[in-house]
Design a protein. Structure first.
Length: 248
């Protein structure tokens, strides 16, 4: 993004200096005439603005999703309490517990010292700690999509349990389904925002870095033309020549 904004600013500088050439600036290539370059500059500025907006939209969508999903562990616990208070039997409560715990971060515990049969490897120290290189992996259930699936599984499970019959609207089956739909929408919003950002970035890259039709290509042609018109020893051309454009 820095290189994109840098090239837009560089084109603005070249155009400003090129106005000092006066009537001598009359290239045969229509794509580097002043009006064409001004149009390109405007298009480039809009592309940079579009990327910045898309970045902001994605950040906002991610933050909103995070706020929505971080409440799931508490929701799972509340559902469990309501199920227990409603008279759900112990076995069903245990099943519900197994499902709701998928909302929480569970460190992956590699059996570093285990051998077949469940016995500990005698060659390993009793209280050995994992090496710094051994990163504790998060439970695979923790992706946003998996959390949605977990909530859906809980809802389907509760639908088969007549003992789960809360009067609080947000905890009813219909209330939980509304929550589920909201979480699906948050995931979709992030995916859409990310897709828009990718498209905006690709468009900006073409506008800025294309070696023929983009800012980089046209600026290079402009500088070549001015090199002939002004000559390399003139102060004006030296000033133009100092304006550099990045390829990426």
């Amino acid at each position: 993004m820095k290189a994109t904004a840098y090239n837009v600013a560089a084109l603005d500088k070249v155009l400003g200096l090129a106005t000092q050439v006066g009537d001598s600036y009359k290239p045969g290539n229509a794509s580097i005439e002043r009006t064409a370059l001004m149009s390109l500059l405007e298009e480039s500025r809009k592309s940079v603005t579009a990327v910045l907006k898309a970045e902001g939209d994605l950040a906002s969508a991610i933050n909103q999703r995070q706020q929505a999903f971080e409440k799931l562990p508490t929701l799972g616990m509340q559902i469990r309490w309501l199920a227990e208070s409603g008279g759900m039997d112990e076995k069903d409560l245990q099943d519900l517990d197994r499902m709701r715990k998928r909302f929480r971060s569970q460190p992956f515990k590699p059996a570093l010292n285990a051998i077949p049969g469940g016995q500990k490897n005698k060659g390993a120290p009793e209280d050995s700690e994992p090496s710094p290189e051994t990163t504790l992996r998060k439970n695979r259930q923790l992706s946003f999509d998996s959390k949605v699936v977990t909530l859906e599984s809980i809802i389907r499970y509760l639908e088969e349990k007549p003992s789960y019959n809360p009067t609080e609207t947000e905890f009813t089956i219909e209330g939980l389904k509304e929550k589920l739909a909201s979480l699906y929408a948050h995931n979709e919003a992030v995916r859409d925002a990310r897709s828009r950002l990718i498209n905006m970035r690709e468009g900006a890259k073409r506008t800025i870095f294309d070696r023929r039709t983009g800012v980089f290509g046209r600026a290079r042609m402009t500088k070549r033309y001015l090199k002939v018109v002004l000559g390399t020893d003139t102060d004006l051309y030296k000033a133009i020549d100092k304006v550099k454009f990045r390829t990426k």
